[in-house]
Design a protein around this ligand. Sequence first.
Ligand code: FES
Length: 201
Amino acid sequence: MALVDGFSHLVIQVTDLDRSEQFYQEVLGLDSVGRDLVNENGPNALLKTNTGQMVLLVQVPEVEPFRPNSNSIHHAWLLTVEQYRRAQERMKAFGYSIEDSREEFRAMGERSMDIYDPDGHRYQIQAHGPEATKIIRPSAGKVSCGKMDDFEVGSVTPFHQEMFFLVRLNEGFLALSSWCTHRNGRLKWEKEHWRFYCPFS
Ligand code: FES
C-alpha cells in the first residue's frame, strides 16, 4: 500500500471564474487564497478547506461535459455531523435542495446530499454519525406473520418493521435477520437474482 500524508488538491475546470469562486466560497464554505497563483493555461483561483486541502478553479472556454445520469464522476466531501448540519442550513438558505434522494440505500448514521456547482460538477456532501458503528443487538419476541398457507414454498417475505425475512421451505420456515451488522442498514431480497443483497458493502 502506498503511504501518503493526505490529499493535496483538486483542479476543477470552470467557465466563469467569478461565478464559481463565489459559489465555492459562499455555498461550499471554502476560503479564498488568491487569484492566478498557479501556472495554468487560463485565469485561476485558489481556495482551501479548513483542513488545508486546496481547490484550484481554472477558467476554460468549455468544461468537459459530465456524464448525465451517471454516479461515477463526482467528488465527495466528508464533514462532521455538526459541519454537515451547518452546510445544510447554508445550502438551504441559498436555495439548494438538501434532500437525500438515495436515503433508503444509506446505512444508519450515514448522511449525504448532492449539490452541483454552476458548471454542473457534482459534489456529494457526507457525514457519518456515531450510529453508523453502534452495535445493535437483535431483539426477540413473537411476531404474528399470518397463516402458513399464505406462504408458498420457496417464497421469501420481508417483514420490514420487524426486520427479518420469512423463508418458506418444504420442511417449514426460516426467519432470517434482514439487518447488516457491518454498516447498520437493511438488506434487500432480490428475487430476480435469488440473493440477499447488502447495498452498503
Ligand atoms: S456491509 Fe452489509 S453485509 Fe457487509
